[in-house]
Design a binder for this molecule. Structure first.
Ligand SMILES: Nc1ncnc2c1ncn2[C@@H]1O[C@H](COP(=O)(O)OP(=O)(O)OP(=O)(O)O)[C@@H](O)[C@H]1O
Length: 307
């Protein structure tokens, strides 16, 4: 017998006037997994997250979160969620520690409990040495870690993260992923939205590829790559205006022509590259790499994730 999913949506829809931002999606998030919504800006990821977070009513379909209906039991559900919004909304006039403590008090937790929890979370967020500093001068990465720490004050059953690393530099992103990875290993169920394929690959056990309010595909990162792409990709760059795919069209299973490069989808990148050279075709540069979720998105939609 299966365990009931923490989130179950059937035909979930969000309309703004006559525009359908979420066009009837079905999802199931299971306990303990890291579930992702991968898609470009405007795909409907945040709109979906806001319905799950019980801050935006659905326009149609059914939705169950932690076994309850957000329309009926919004406050009860919210008390058991941790929410990391796209934009940090920390209180800049309070110290790092006070941000955690004040938030904990909202949940009606005792002062003693909140004090101990704050110490634990400061350590987790690697912010113990900044505990008494104000929030404003912190780096973007530190602020994000504090927002995540704050979302954990009530020991949530489900953590929702909307674009957790957008705007952070690579080092800050890796540090954040490491923290989220730890949470995952502690058994926290995560739902993440992202338009970064590397983030989805790093964090998600299972994800849906979202585009224009609908779900284009669902699976683990490896399954999706296996189903919608080839093992390897040969990237070729040509001088501006010379992106004619003709000479390489038959060197892989299929070829995608982007404004700045040609992608040859192939089982053996080095063999395809050798064939390119044998034909006397000379790209400015070439690269053989493994397939990623970006390739999956391109195959499914004909567009790239990040413009
Ligand atoms: N309050 C609103 N009123 C009208 N349209 C909205 C509103 N909120 C979102 N939309 C539209 O709904 C679509 C989906 O937006 P949503 O924010 O859910 O996408 P997203 O995938 O999360 O992208 P982003 O990462 O940019 O937030 C967009 O076209 C957006 O303009």
């Amino acid at each position: 017998m299966g365990v009931d999913p923490l989130v179950k949506a059937v035909g979930l829809t969000k309309r703004f006037a006559d525009f359908e931002a979420v066009a009837g999606i079905d999802i199931e998030v299971r306990k303990g997994e890291a579930f992702g919504f991968l898609g470009p800006n405007g795909a409907g990821k945040s709109s979906t997250m806001r319905m799950i977070a019980c801050v935006s009513p659905r326009s149609g379909g059914t939705l169950s979160v932690l076994g309850m209906d957000p329309e009926v039991d919004g406050p009860k559900i919210r008390a058991r969620l941790g929410v990391v919004p796209q934009q940090d909304n920390l209180d800049n006039e309070l110290t790092v520690r006070q941000n955690l403590q004040v938030y904990g008090r909202y949940f009606g937790l005792s002062r003693k409990h909140v004090r101990e929890k704050a110490d634990e979370l400061l350590e987790f967020a690697q912010l113990s040495d900044r505990a008494n500093d104000e929030v404003d001068p912190l780096s973007g990465g530190m602020k994000r870690r504090l927002t995540i720490a704050r979302s954990l004050v009530n020991d949530p059953d489900l953590l929702l993260l909307d674009e957790p690393t957008t705007g952070l530099d690579p080092q800050a992103r890796h540090l954040l992923w490491d923290r989220l990875f730890r949470l995952k290993h502690q058994g926290v169920t995560l739902i993440v939205t992202t338009h970064y394929m590397d983030e989805a690959e790093q964090l998600c056990d299972r994800l849906v590829v979202m585009d224009k309010g609908t779900i284009a595909a669902e699976g683990s990162p490896a399954e999706l790559i296996d189903r919608y792409s080839t093992k390897e990709v040969l990237e070729l760059r040509f001088p501006p205006g010379q992106q004619d795919p003709g000479p390489v069209e038959d060197l892989g299973e299929w070829v995608e022509v982007l404004p700045d490069r040609i992608l040859v989808y192939t089982t053996d990148g080095e063999a395809s590259l050798a064939a390119v050279h044998n034909r006397g075709v000379t790209p400015v540069s070439s690269l053989v790499r493994r397939s990623t979720l970006e390739d999956v998105f391109l195959k499914l939609t004909g567009r790239t994730l990040v413009d």
